[in-house]
Structures are given as C-alpha cells and as structure tokens.
Design a protein around this ligand. Structure first.
Ligand SMILES: *[C@@H]1O[C@H](CO)[C@@H](O)[C@H](O)[C@H]1NC(C)=O
Ligand SMILES: *[C@@H]1O[C@H](CO)[C@@H](O)[C@H](O)[C@H]1NC(C)=O
Ligand SMILES: *[C@@H]1O[C@H](CO)[C@@H](O)[C@H](O)[C@H]1NC(C)=O
Ligand SMILES: *[C@@H]1O[C@H](CO)[C@@H](O)[C@H](O)[C@H]1NC(C)=O
Ligand SMILES: *[C@@H]1O[C@H](CO)[C@@H](O)[C@H](O)[C@H]1NC(C)=O
Ligand SMILES: *[C@@H]1O[C@H](CO)[C@@H](O)[C@H](O)[C@H]1NC(C)=O
Length: 221
C-alpha cells in the first residue's frame, strides 16, 4: 500500500548544516575545528562529485530501508556513501547513522531510527571518494504510516472431503529484536482486509472474496 506522498519538505531545508565547532583562541584569531579523531575518516570536502541518484525508502511492514543508485559518471571508482536522517518535529538537526558512514553498499537500514510510524522523516546520502564528497541527495518526506507496504499474510489451509478452511494471519510489524513483543499490522490498520481467490479445478472458475476481521472461513464444495 503506497499512500499519497504529502507535499512540502520545508522543515528539512531549515535544518542547520552539520556543525563545525568554533573555538575562539588567542583573540582575534579564530580556529575552525572539525572533529576528526585519529583513525576516523577525515571529513570530506563538498565538491564536484556527482550525488547518488534515485534515493528512496523501501518500506515493508515498517521495515524501512533507505536505498539509492550510484551516481552517474563515476564508472569503476571505489566510492563510498554516508547517510544522515532527520526526524520532523524532532531535534531539528540531521543525525548521523554511524553504521552507514563510508559504506560501499547502496542501502542503509533506518528501521530503528524511523520506528515511530506516526512521525515523518527525511534522509540524505552523499558520495564520498577520498577527501572529496558530493552534495547531499535527499529524500522527500517519508511517512511510514502512509507509505509502508503491507506484506502478504500467512495462511494455512486445512481440507477434508467436503470443505476447505483458510486461516489468515496478518503480517507482523518489523521489530528491533526477536525478544520485542510482536505487533500485528492488523493492530495498526484496523480496517485491513484480505482478498482471497479460490480456483476450482472442476468448474475451472475462480471466486474472489474479501473479508475483514474474520480470520477463518469454511467453504463447502
Ligand atoms: C577531488 O578534489 C580535488 C581538489 O578539490 C580536485 O582537484 C579533484 O578534481 C576532485 N576529484 C574529483 C573526482 O572530483
Ligand atoms: C534511477 O531510476 C530510474 C527509474 O527506475 C532508472 O531508469 C535509472 O537508471 C536509475 N538511475 C540509476 C543511476 O540507476
Ligand atoms: C555527524 O557527523 C559529522 C561528521 O563526523 C559531525 O561533524 C557532526 O557533528 C555529527 N552530527 C551529529 C548530530 O552528531
Ligand atoms: C565493501 O566494504 C567491506 C567492508 O568495509 C569490504 O569487506 C568489501 O571488500 C568492500 N567491497 C567492495 C566491492 O569494495
Ligand atoms: C481480488 O483479487 C483478484 C485476483 O487477483 C482480483 O481480480 C480482484 O479484483 C481482487 N478484488 C479486490 C476487491 O481487490
Ligand atoms: C479454463 O478457462 C479458461 C478461460 O476461461 C480457458 O482458456 C481454459 O482453457 C480453461 N481450462 C480448462 C481446463 O477447461
């Protein structure tokens, strides 16, 4: 289920640029310090590198993966990517996803960071090559509640001579770890309905039916 994307993305634009610390030393000298602990990647200089393309969230049952395509025009270069995300009405600043800094894959799992499905989010990614990097490529506003796709239900069939029973279970919402208690997508979308098609091999006919909360039904042949 892909809901309509609500318009407007101004909140993200107002976010401050990732901060540099400004330390007043021996006035009137100002020293610009960019945090670069030894062993860590040196911050890159935003320059002429092309940005990643096609940046988007792929969201299924609230598992929210940011994905993008490599920039065009850099064939064969070992570029990496760095990701940041932004919570609308949150801290009003771009947050780092440390697991997605200088990565060479073209996706980043932001499920935990975007797990409040009633919030709205933005994310951005830049190309990094040595000490050069691109400008940020930014998503539109991501609203998990409206945009996540509902995965298929689980179903179990039991048959006897005269009837078939189908038991359907709505998919589970993504969870951080296996210990977390399960939440059914049905609890989030109470009007979730199922479309069941039954193909009868004798009559060569397909019957489709829709039902809501009932999770088991019996058909007689
Ligand atoms: C990397 O940055 C340097 C210095 O700004 C520049 O000369 C060079 O062309 C850049 N390389 C790429 C691939 O953009
Ligand atoms: C971006 O997506 C479009 C449409 O899916 C595709 O045609 C295009 O090749 C993609 N760009 C890259 C760089 O993969
Ligand atoms: C994110 O990482 C950059 C680069 O290391 C750093 O300058 C910035 O302060 C970090 N932002 C936050 C919110 O921690
Ligand atoms: C991508 O990064 C991983 C870990 O940093 C490394 O093991 C792997 O060789 C890299 N793959 C490519 C294609 O550069
Ligand atoms: C249910 O699924 C069948 C087969 O895919 C399709 O023809 C039918 O239009 C669907 N019904 C609804 C209400 O979506
Ligand atoms: C089942 O019906 C379809 C179209 O209604 C037909 O093309 C097909 O040949 C039929 N198959 C059998 C086994 O009757």
């Amino acid at each position: 289920m892909w809901g309509p994307r609500p318009p407007g993305r101004s909140a993200a634009r107002e976010a401050p640029a990732p901060g540099c610390q400004v330390l007043p030393l021996l006035p009137p000298l100002l020293l610009l310090l960019v945090a670069a602990p030894s062993g860590r990647a040196v911050p890159c200089v935003s320059g002429g590198l092309p940005k990643p393309t096609n940046i988007t969230f792929l969201s299924i049952n609230m598992k929210n993966i940011l994905q993008w395509s490599p920039p065009e025009g850099l064939p064969g270069m070992d570029v990496t990517y760095t990701v940041q995300y932004f919570i609308r009405y949150g801290q009003k600043k771009w947050l780092n996803k440390s697991e997605c800094r200088n990565i060479n894959r073209t996706y980043c799992d932001l499920s935990a960071e975007t797990s409040d499905y009633e919030h709205q989010y933005y994310a951005k990614v830049k190309t990094v090559w040595g000490t050069n990097c691109s400008k940020w490529a930014e998503t539109g506003r991501f609203y998990p509640f409206l945009e996540t796709q509902i995965g298929p239900p689980e179903f179990a069939l039991t048959t006897d001579e005269k009837s078939i029973s189908i038991a359907l279970t709505a998919p589970e919402k993504w969870k951080k770890n296996p210990e977390e208690s399960s939440v059914s997508m049905q609890q989030i979308y109470s009007n979730l309905k199922y479309n069941v098609s039954i193909y009868n091999t004798k009559s060569n006919r397909t019957v489709s039916l829709q039902w809501g909360l009932i999770i088991s039904v019996t058909f007689c042949s």
